[in-house]
Design a protein around this ligand. Structure first.
Ligand SMILES: NC(=O)c1ccc[n+]([C@@H]2O[C@H](COP(=O)([O-])OP(=O)(O)OC[C@H]3O[C@@H](n4cnc5c(N)ncnc54)[C@H](O)[C@@H]3O)[C@@H](O)[C@H]2O)c1
Length: 256
């Protein structure tokens, strides 16, 4: 595991799934970890586990971003991980559902990058990792059009922020990670969020199993598979990488 000794890393949405695995991996790599989440109980439990600090945070709230950043004397890494998805056929999706996903997945990432860059720069530099998705690389036909739009936005926002940072000499790298089908609670939340457009009676009723049918080899990834990639991007092992995208999908988007 790449070394993060002496580094302070903040993970949003760190109470569950990929965020939790990232907080654990960062702790194992020697980092001081700050976990934030809108879910106080889950986030605090993870922070406890990694001997870190917990702050309750809704990533869509700019005032709270300022408070969180002011409470960080130093910061070397930010993982903009918090995200949501709503499964709904396009023609049934409401503007409120579109806006909610934009607000958490896009505005949350924008606010994180905007408010963390000065703190990371003044701490001597570091790395920001934004969670996009394979849904930010290729289109989606299973009721995730609006989610896809948010993840596509994260991809290009990441590249532009990386360029601006590099040209400005801030010494803050910005990269995106694109997981495929990863076995986390998000799939139950997606399934619970509403109608899917999958009407195939042969399809599994388990949402992760159903989605994994699209993965070469048919198995979902583990949150730790993504966490390892995030740790690499946070660490000096990736010091010449910025504006890059790393895909963790077991070949799902590699071709036909
Ligand atoms: N699991 C996958 O298959 C998969 C695939 C591609 C991308 N992703 C992305 O990875 C990230 C993590 O997903 P996960 O699968 O671990 O999901 P998850 O649902 O297990 O965890 C998401 C966490 O974010 C928190 N959260 C939600 N809204 C928030 C808000 N407004 N402010 C702060 N915290 C909030 C939740 O409380 C939860 O702890 C998301 O951005 C997701 O879109 C996941």
């Amino acid at each position: 595991m790449a070394e993060l000794n002496g580094r302070t890393i903040l993970v949003t949405g760190g109470g569950s799934g990929i965020g939790r695995a990232t907080a654990r991996a960062a702790h194992e790599a020697g980092a001081s970890v700050i976990v934030t989440d809108i879910d106080e109980e889950a986030g605090a439990a993870v922070a406890d586990e990694v001997s870190g600090r917990f702050m309750v945070q809704d990533v869509t709230d700019e005032d709270r971003w300022q408070e969180v950043m002011q409470s960080c004397p130093v910061l070397h890494g930010l993982v903009n991980n918090a995200g949501i998805g709503i499964t709904r056929p396009l023609l049934e999706t409401t503007l409120e559902e579109w806006r909610l996903q934009q607000s958490v997945n896009v505005e949350g990432v924008f606010l994180g990058v905007k408010h963390a860059i000065p703190v990371i720069r003044d701490s001597g530099g570091g790395s920001i990792v934004n969670l996009s998705s394979v849904a930010g690389l290729v289109g989606n036909s299973v009721g995730l059009s609006c989610y896809s739009a948010t993840k596509g936005a994260v991809r290009l926002f990441t590249k532009s922020a990386a360029l601006e940072s590099a040209r400005s000499g801030w010494n803050v790298r910005v990269n995106s990670v694109h997981p495929g089908i990863i076995d986390t609670p998000i799939w139950d939340k997606l399934a619970a969020s509403g109608n899917t457009v999958i009407n195939d009676p042969r399809a599994s009723s388990d949402p992760v199993e159903r989605a994994s049918a699209r993965v070469p080899g048919g198995r979902p990834g583990l949150p730790e598979d993504v966490a390892r990639t995030i740790i690499f991007l946070l660490s000096e092992a990736s010091s010449y990488m910025t504006g890059s995208e790393l895909v963790v999908d077991h070949g799902m988007t590699a071709g036909v």
